[in-house]
Ligand binder design. Sequence first.
Ligand code: TXD
Length: 315
Amino acid sequence: MPIRRPKIALVGAGQIGGTMALLAAQKQLGDIVLIDVVEGTPQGKSLDILHGGPIIPTSSSLTGSNDFTALKDSDVVIVTAGLPRKPGMSRDDLLEVNFGIIKNVGEHIRKSAPNAFVIVVTNPLDAMVYAMQRVTGFPAKRVAGMAGVLDSSRFASLVAAEIGVSAEDVRALVMGGHGDTMVPLIRYCTAGGIPVTQLLSREKIDVIAKRTANAGGEVVALLKTGSAFYSPALSAIHMAEAYLKDKKNVITCAAMLSGEYGVKGLYSGVPVVLGGGGVEKVLEVELDETEKKLFDVSIQAVKSLCEWVDKKMGS
Ligand code: TXD
C-alpha cells in the first residue's frame, strides 16, 4: 500500500485555527482541513494559504469545510472551536458556552476520526480537554490539552528578555492548570543549562512568574477583540509535530493523571513524553513543599471545573 500523507483537521478556523493551518503547511506536516461553523471562513482561509503554496513551498493540500464529515479518518484533530475571552473575562467564564461546543465537536470526532490524536486548545482548557476525553471515550493518551507548553514558553521568553539572551537557550517548566493557579517551577528554569536563579534576582523572577500567569490576560487587554493566537498556534503545532513525527519530545501539556503527583482521573499540565503513541509517559518531577502546595491548589481549581463537566454529562 502506498504511504499516505497524514491528515490534520483543525476544528475552529478562527485566529488560532488559521494560524495553525499556515504553520502546518509551512512544516509540511500533512494535508490540512479547516472546519468551522461560519460559512466561508474555513474555505477562504485554506484557499488563501493554498495560493501561497508555491512560495512556502509546500506540497500540503488545504481544504475548508462547514461539514464535520470532513473530519473523516484524520490522524490529528486540533480543536479551537469556541469563544475566546473578551477584556475582563476569566477563562472560566467560557465554561458553559464552550462545553456545549466541545461536546458537539467531540461527538463528531468520535464518529468520523476514531483513531485520531486530539489536541484541545479551547478554554477553559483543563475542563475542555477533560470533557473531550469523556465525550470521545478515546484512551487518555490520545487526548491532550495545549497549555503548559504555551505557559512555559511565555515564562522562558520573559526570562530571556530580562537576562538579555536568546529565547532559543531558555528552558522553563510551568505546570498545573492553565489559569491563575499555574505553577512556574523556577528551580527548573535554565538559560543554556545555567539555573536562572544564578542569573536573575528572586524579585525579578517572581515578577516574571506573575506576568506569566497573567500573560493571556495581558494580550486580551491589548487586543481588546480576542485573545492570543500566534503563540497558542505555535504551541499546538509543536505538539502535533511531536506526535506525527514520533519525536518523543518532553512537552508540558494537559494530560490525564492516573496516580502521578498523587492525582487520579483529572487533567493537569505536566511534563510528558509526546510521540507516535500520543502521551506516552507522564514524567514526575520532584516538587518541594511550596511547589507541591501550589500544584495542589491548581488541582483543586481544575477539580471543581471537571465536577461541573461530570454533572453536565450526567455522572
Ligand atoms: O493556551 C490555550 N489553551 C489558550 C486557548 C490560548 C489562547 C486561546 N484559547 C482559547 O482558544 C480561546 O479562549 C478560545 O476558546 C479558543 C479559540 O481561540 P481563537 O482566538 O482561535 O478564537 P476565534 O478566532 O473566535 O476562533 C474560534 C472559531 C471561530 O471561527 C468560530 O466560528 C468557531 O471557532 N466555532 C466553531 N467551529 C466549529 N464548531 C463549532 N461548534 C464552533 N463554534 C465556534
